[in-house]
Design a protein around this ligand. Structure first.
Ligand SMILES: Cc1cc2nc3c(=O)[nH]c(=O)nc-3n(C[C@H](O)[C@H](O)[C@H](O)COP(=O)(O)OP(=O)(O)OC[C@H]3O[C@@H](n4cnc5c(N)ncnc54)[C@H](O)[C@@H]3O)c2cc1C
Length: 404
């Protein structure tokens, strides 16, 4: 045997699994096809800007983030706790009244916070599982008769979080994500979201530019074909996204949802807010936008400003559409903004279908799965999956040694 465990894929799930197994005394090699660790969570430096590969935020309330990461070392820069809403009446910031009691009177007059609709949203959040059942998000909102501006606001906000404009995602999964938003204040690491996988990878044996071509179960282990060689291992973890899983297992690729992020550089900040801005009336394709450098100044060189505009890929958008909508959202001209890069990511998030069951990570014969598609389409889900799969692998290897 070349090693106890080979992990295929250095995304969050694979790195977490590798860390856990290494800490348990196993020999672990991580094989990653790309030129850096992180998978869907990477940061590039472009013309002095830090640009995440698709706008993402880190919720420090995620229990797996706290368990797996040195959070203070990430130097988190928090978003404002609330959301900026642009509509025909102008821009309103809906802040968390628990943290901004002075705003309570203004909030009560907002059309988005009518008591009846707020009570219905609270009912949606609190409905016991057995009564909510699992159904598409839109149907679950119908069920509690959520409507009006608050529903429009919830839908556009969640479209950006779920990469789903149609409300087809599991209501149960959506509620769990909303719960995390209520518990924590999302943030950006000062060095970019790529700091998260960089921290996880420290000290591990990660081999970059190692694309695995095949995995084959053999008596007593697994053969991994990579770069013209065959490595033998007692267990292999397929920590690749659902879209790439088919190539290794022969099963159909798992469906995923897409997001595009347009990153613009501006000479003047279009707003001094640190909130996500949304347009519940959806005058254009942008589901959320933020002046990222207001949140984390390290994302832009001195004197310049970085703006992200996110679009769900099920709504095709041109650059002109995005600039026009951003101009409405910020109330400033955007023609002078420089487009730094546009990330088109068709495979952003695994589809979280209503009624979906958590698959068993143990495929048998020494092969295991890890990834956000097992535990939920999020950083929390990916890290949790890595930990659970590591435990399953450790148990299987322990049995092989007769140690129970
Ligand atoms: C645009 C976007 C926005 C998001 N926003 C958020 C957010 O705000 N909050 C949040 O919590 N989550 C967000 N997510 C989700 C989060 O990034 C993912 O859930 C998480 O990164 C998935 O990690 P993973 O390890 O499961 O998979 P991946 O990151 O996909 O890792 C799989 C790895 O396997 C490698 N690989 C594939 N095939 C092979 C092969 N044959 N050989 C070797 N290596 C291979 C890939 O190169 C990759 O590195 C977002 C994702 C995207 C793309």
């Amino acid at each position: 045997m070349d090693t106890d465990v080979i992990v295929i894929g250095a995304g969050l799930a694979g790195l977490r699994a590798a860390r856990e197994l290494t800490a348990a005394g196993r020999s672990v090699v991580v094989l990653e096809a790309a030129d850096a660790v992180g998978g869907r969570l990477r940061t590039d430096r472009v013309d002095g800007f830090l640009v995440d590969r698709g706008f993402q935020i880190l919720n420090p309330a995620y229990t797996e983030v706290r368990a797996a990461l040195d959070v203070p070392a990430l130097k988190l820069r928090p978003f404002g706790r609330g959301v900026g809403v642009r509509d025909a009446a102008g821009l309103t910031v809906l802040v968390d009244p628990a943290r901004h009691p002075a705003a309570a009177g203004r909030l009560l007059r907002s059309p988005y916070l009518r008591p009846t609709q707020l009570a219905r949203l609270a009912a949606w959040a609190a409905l016991p599982w057995e009564r909510l059942g699992d159904q598409p998000l839109a149907a679950s909102f119908d069920r509690v008769r959520l409507g009006g501006p608050l529903r429009a606001l919830a839908e556009v906000f969640l479209a950006g979080v779920l990469a789903d404009s149609r409300g087809e995602t599991s209501a149960a999964f959506t509620r769990s994500l909303v719960g995390w938003f209520l518990r924590g204040t999302p943030a950006l690491p000062a060095d970019g979201m790529g700091a998260v996988p960089a921290q996880l990878a420290r000290g591990l044996d990660v081999r970059l530019r190692h694309h695995v071509d095949a995995v084959t179960r053999r008596a007593g282990g697994v053969e991994v074909a990579v770069a013209g060689r065959t490595l033998r291992t007692r267990a292999a973890i397929l920590a690749v996204a659902p879209a790439d899983l088919g190539a290794l297992t022969g099963r159909p690729a798992g469906p995923m949802r897409g997001l595009d992020t347009w990153w613009f550089a501006a000479d003047a900040p279009p707003s001094d807010l640190t909130y996500l801005l949304v347009d519940p009336e959806r005058r254009g394709p942008v589901v959320n936008t933020a002046v990222v450098s207001n949140v984390a100044p390290s994302y832009a060189p001195t004197g310049r400003h970085l703006v992200q505009c996110s679009v769900v890929r099920d709504t095709p958008a041109t650059e002109a559409d995005v600039r026009r909508h951003a101009a409405f959202l910020y109330g400033v001209p955007t023609a002078g903004w420089e487009l730094i890069v546009r990330h088109e990511i068709p495979h952003s998030l695994p589809v979280m279908a209503p009624g979906g069951r958590r698959p068993d990570p143990d495929l048998g014969g020494g092969l295991f799965l890890a990834g956000d598609h097992l535990e939920g389409a999020s950083i929390q889900g990916a890290l949790l999956s890595g930990r659970r799969t590591a435990a399953a692998v450790a148990a299987a290897l322990g049995e092989g040694e007769g140690t129970a």
